[in-house]
Design a protein around this ligand. Structure first.
Ligand code: 1GP
Length: 232
């Protein structure tokens, strides 16, 4: 794994600009010991709600990165930027098409040192991102390994993101992904809603991403931080 701005991250909270979060909750998240906050979501992202959330998080001393998924939500001022490429879709617009459009518009403003592509492999067909991108989520083990080899060895993407958003994933597949990855930092996200699940996923992925449970069971979300701290 390369030494990049996110290479030390083990635990990350993902906050959705389209969802409400109180100052008290944001304070608890940002002082929980998590390594970073990623701002991102699949719908309802605007310049205004993204700037608003960024400026509230920036009061705290932790990394805050934006996952750029729309032109409207491309906001300057974050510590880092991720550009997702959805690998397991046949629709080229989600692999490089929209990213090219974004670069035509904003290419000269991109802080390249703090910007990284994420190779998304979406494995929950019910996830909004899977529906929007028409991801082929039902990959078997052999197919998954081919995607990992493509992303890790051929494309040399810095991040491979195993995405089960909304559902806890198949840890056997995650293990195969981990066994296959040689260069990329392996992110896992999806359905981490207890300390045990956080521990299980963090034992395999380099970085785990905790999202939805923040909005449904806040205490459980906070408990995932310590759980990851206890794993290597
Ligand atoms: C979503 O991977 C993240 O992009 C986290 O998933 O919301 O299911 O925790 P959850």
């Amino acid at each position: 794994m390369n030494n990049v701005w996110f290479s030390e991250w083990r635990h990350v909270f993902k906050l959705d600009p389209d969802k409400e979060i109180s100052d008290e909750m944001l304070d608890a998240l940002c002082t929980s010991g998590t390594d970073a906050i990623i701002v991102g979501g699949s719908s309802g992202i605007t310049f205004e709600n993204t700037v608003d959330l960024m400026s509230r998080i920036r009061r705290y001393e932790l990394d805050c990165a934006l996952e750029v998924t729309t032109m409207e939500g491309a906001v300057p001022g974050f510590d880092g930027y991720f550009v997702p490429l959805v690998l397991n879709t046949d629709r080229a617009e989600w692999i490089i098409g929209r990213q090219i459009e974004g670069l035509r518009e904003f290419g000269s403003f991109v802080p390249w040192e703090e910007t990284a592509a994420q190779g998304y492999i979406i494995l929950n067909e019910e996830a909004t991102a899977a529906k929007v991108t028409e991801a082929k989520a039902a990959l078997d083990e052999a197919e998954l390994i081919s995607y990992i080899q493509m992303a890790d060895r051929l494309m040399r993407l810095p991040v491979i993101y195993i995405e089960y958003s909304g559902r806890f994933g198949d840890m056997n597949l995650l293990k195969r992904a981990r066994d296959t990855v040689e260069h990329a930092q392996l992110f896992y996200g999806g359905g981490i809603d207890t300390a045990d699940r956080a521990r299980e996923a963090a034992a395999l992925a380099h970085t785990i991403v905790v999202g939805n449970v923040i909005y449904t069971d806040f205490a459980a979300a906070i408990s995932t931080v310590d759980a990851v701290r206890q794993t290597k």
